[in-house]
Write a protein that binds this ligand. Structure first.
Ligand code: SF4
Length: 493
């Protein structure tokens, strides 16, 4: 600048960088050394990079976890985990080695402080929840439900949710290569747990897919299909390709989004030759027909973004698909601060060519109160993200409001901060409201976690849920009982 010495100029530049609330530093991605874990001390790079090896060595229970982590972990961790599995977990345990390896990446289990680091680890806190993570005052919100977004209510064919005017969600399968503790689709996805009996699809997959395709052919207003599950990485690729090829033949379908957390949890899957070749065939057909295919993944913490994730993303971009985007979930103890979110966004953008797209507020499922944040905090986090990333890569924090859909967190119509109730409006009808004349005039409610409210608000909830409080808190157990009774009635019928 005119009149400035070089020294002044560079000092000002340095000040501008260091005085910011968030200091950007470009970081290299790191694949943590899996041989630090006793159970994988002899695993070779070739084995590690094999999707078959990863799938065969997923950790599904305490015995397998103990055997991988070895004797260095203090017993209090396993006791806590076991209690959670028995009394709280809505998802069963399933971690591919790739994911487990990103938990406490800097220590071996026999090093000092490992057990404390394990308790504190952000990836562990949502992939391997323990009982002491959860709240004891309000473990579930009184209005928490198994299908908190009412996706089943909006099924127009089994597994096909039509909520927005132009787009649908196709749940092709109810399994994933990894199970996340906070899964919104805990009602359907994964194996039953002691507190949650999972719903089952009635139809055979082939019949379900036929009905989905029939609906989409007959509904020209739909142009956009989120192909999900579960996780499409658990579908035999030839079946996924066949379904997508049928979608690509439907004139009205212009956007296809493939939902796969496995791009991060099991990147080895997307690096397989047959998968890459199949994706290339699909991308070529899509391009010829003017259709956009993108992958949407689900990464919640920077530690999960490793060189293998970057390789898998590059392999997918090389097939010619339009983009790879991230939809994370905002969770207390995992990523609910601006630094953690920005670290993650920069790891995704700089290191792995993944576009930060959304952060969802964690949904109101049973036993999720310790993860959920208030709308007020979500608004502050959105504010904290602004200005650091390019506009196109600045993720929106969204609240998925029951019976409404995704809303940017600043879009609420009214906010009662004392009782933690926000009111939202919408500008379209869902598929179950075609005859509802007041659907667009109504206000729809969303609830903050009660423990985040001022004392007056907490007291109000205590009084208003008073006599039934215990039962309401145990919403998951209650929901499981109802689903067991319904199954018994069906079996008897
Ligand atoms: S990958 Fe997605 S669908 Fe599967 S358990 Fe995790 S959140 Fe649920």
């Amino acid at each position: 600048m005119d009149g400035w010495t070089d020294d002044q100029f560079f000092r000002t530049l340095a000040d501008m960088t260091t005085v910011q609330p968030y200091v950007y530093v470009q970081r290299d991605l790191v694949e943590p050394d899996w041989t630090r874990l006793p159970g994988w001390a002899d695993v070779t790079t070739e084995q590690w990079e094999s999707a078959q090896w990863q799938r065969a060595h997923c950790v599904k229970n305490l015995r397998q976890l103990r055997s991988v982590l070895g004797p260095g972990v203090e017993e209090r961790f396993f006791t806590d985990l076991e209690r959670d599995q028995a009394e709280r977990a809505t998802m069963s345990m399933l971690l591919p080695p790739q994911m487990l390896n990103t938990i406490v990446p800097h220590l071996a289990p026999d090093e000092a402080g490992y057990t404390d680091a394990l308790f504190a680890d952000p990836v562990r806190r949502y992939m391997l929840p323990v009982f002491s993570d959860r709240r004891t005052d309000w473990p579930s919100h009184p209005y928490a439900t198994r299908d908190s977004l009412h996706e089943h209510d909006m099924w127009v064919a089994e597994g096909l949710t039509h909520r927005y005017p132009t787009k649908v969600l196709a749940e092709l399968l109810p399994t994933c290569p990894q199970y996340c503790g906070h899964c919104t689709r805990m009602d359907l996805v994964g194996n039953s747990t002691p507190v949650i009996d999972k719903l089952k699809f009635d139809l055979k997959p082939v019949d379900r897919y036929d009905k989905m395709i029939d609906y989409l052919r007959a509904t020209p207003a739909v142009r956009d299909v989120v192909v999900s599950g579960g996780d499409v990485a658990n579908m035999p690729f030839k079946n996924l390709e066949a379904f997508l090829a049928r979608l690509l033949e439907i004139e009205n379908i212009r956007d296809i989004r493939l939902a796969t957390k496995a791009l991060m949890g099991l990147p080895q899957h997307w690096l397989q030759d047959d998968v890459r070749a199949g994706m290339e065939r699909l991308a070529t057909t899509a391009r010829q027909r003017g259709v956009q295919i993108a992958i949407h993944t689900h990464v919640n913490h920077a530690n999960s973004v490793t060189p293998l994730v970057a390789r898998a993303t590059r392999a997918m971009l090389d097939t010619g698909i339009r983009d790879v985007r991230n939809q994370g979930v905002l969770m207390e103890g995992v990523n609910a601060d601006p630094h953690a979110l920005l670290d993650l966004c920069f790891a995704l953008s700089d290191g792995a060519e993944i576009l930060p797209y959304y952060f969802y507020m964690c949904d109101m499922i049973p036993f999720s109160e310790h993860w959920r944040v208030s709308v007020d905090k979500a608004q502050q986090l959105q504010h904290g993200l602004m200005g650091y990333l390019p506009g196109f890569a600045t993720p929106r924090i969204v609240c998925d409001v029951p019976f409404v859909g995704k809303r940017w967190v600043h879009q609420l119509a009214e906010y009662d901060r004392v009782h933690g109730i926000s009111y939202w409006t919408k500008n379209y009808r869902t598929s179950i409201e075609s005859d509802d004349t007041s659907a667009l005039d109504r206000r729809y409610e969303y609830y903050d976690p009660i423990h985040t409210l001022p004392a007056a608000g907490q007291e109000w909830w205590h009084q208003h849920t008073g006599p039934n409080r215990a039962a309401q808190h145990d919403a998951a157990a209650e929901a499981a009982r109802i689903s067991r009774e319904a199954a018994a009635v069906q079996a008897g019928a």
